[in-house]
Design a protein. Sequence first.
Length: 541
Amino acid sequence: MRRFRFLPAAVLAVVLSAIAGGLVGGSVLARQDEVAQNYRLYTATLAAIESEYIEKVEPDRLVYSSIDGMLRTLDPHSSFLDPRSYAQMRERQEGRYYGLGISILTVEGDITVMSIFEGSPAYKKGLRRGDIIARIEGQDAKGWTQDQAVRKLRGPKGTTVNIGIKRRGYDGLVDLAIERDEINILTVLGAFMIDDERGYVRVREFSETTDDELGRALEALQAKGLKKLVLDLRDNPGGPLDQAIRVANRFLPRGELIVYTRGRAQNSEQNFYATERSQFTDLPVVVLVNRNSASASEIVAGALQDHDRALVVGETTFGKALVQSIYRISGGAGLALTTGRYYTPSGRLIQRPWDGSFDEYLTYTLRDQNGDRARTGVDLRYTDARRKVYGGGGVEPDRHIAGPVEGFNPTRFGRTLYARQMFENYAEKYSAEGDTRFSAASAARRTIKRGFAVTDEMVSDFKEFLVKQRVRVDEPAFAKDVEFIKAMIHLQIDSALFGIAEARRNLIARDPMAQQALSLFPEAEKLMSATRSKTTQARPK
């Protein structure tokens, strides 16, 4: 190249462009021809199916399915979002929409209420999980699709929708007029003081409002005397990267590396640091995680662990370290495409490897852990205080405690009851004492007071309920799981009648994983001392 040294810059640019064109231009054109040929193959196949297949098939179904199949050849997380799925995803990311504050599902042709957001218009009117929306604006809703019902139930803030409700155990139809409002989908569910010094905050998932929600929760707890914090990230599937960075910044001093990303797309190689001063950088923290903690929740747990800023307790997390970029494409559909990998501050890539069909990868949460796994020197990294940590498959906790289901480790029988929502279904038998909403339709239900205890009689009644639901009761497993069963009955009745904070507060008193975590604050404080005396370490580039 020395012979080009004295060429004018313009001439040099032309020469280099000519060389590049000769080397690259041919391959680019060949690549374009290959894509065009495959595209013609695809459109020919699509046309043959539309004209010759034995039954008529909607074109969007064919196209959507083929795109989804194409993405499944890449990795477990790149995915196609049809217009409805894309809109739902954006709602969850934004944390708000206008409507009644319920989630619905069509069950045997009935529009059925599956969950209700606390404080929403539907909640204030007394709707409950399991209620059937039988009529909307005078029209019989039997046989409607979920999309049909959603279009009728949602609308501008301040407008009213008239519905008729059927409730199990009541023969009549209850007519309600509900005023639509802005529905805020909260991600911080359960923030309270456990005692005079120890506080608890649960982050269910990450959305564009999570950091603001967490900030308000921490300040409220601080006003009540917060000195130590349990940050619960169990079952948290993740969310926007920027929110994970902001949440970690709440506990890390300004200037600390939180996460870095690497990829081949433009702007995919970035380092993210704590940029804000926080009043919680000296707060001892225990972070709870389990096998369902993924993505953004792993970024937070990994950053706090690498900086020896928190003691991580629970199970090894899911192991998702792929960065998805979300693109809106034609017709209101969306594309979640993997564009990078993220690494924890120590340089750990915590992504678990996947098999060709993704079966082994996607069934990870169904398999129990024993706290030990095969490790290699390649995956070894060190925290700021020179503690060993490993990549290659999730964030390993500092203290392993089995507890995949609300902190418990029940038998297969107990997990089946939980998965089939038997505890939620049983909670429908109860109403809160003094609640006059839906008074006629609730008359057949049993009343119960806030602060109730789950008695042996309730446990026996639950067993009878299972038999009526045609569940085969495994007596030895039922006896082994009895404490789990009591806790889940309490959790679901509390959630339905007295609110999420009440439900979580009562559950923490029984949750085996949380109870062990509460005893580990001395270790968390010891880590705090280590962070104060640490020396600055070189970080990977």
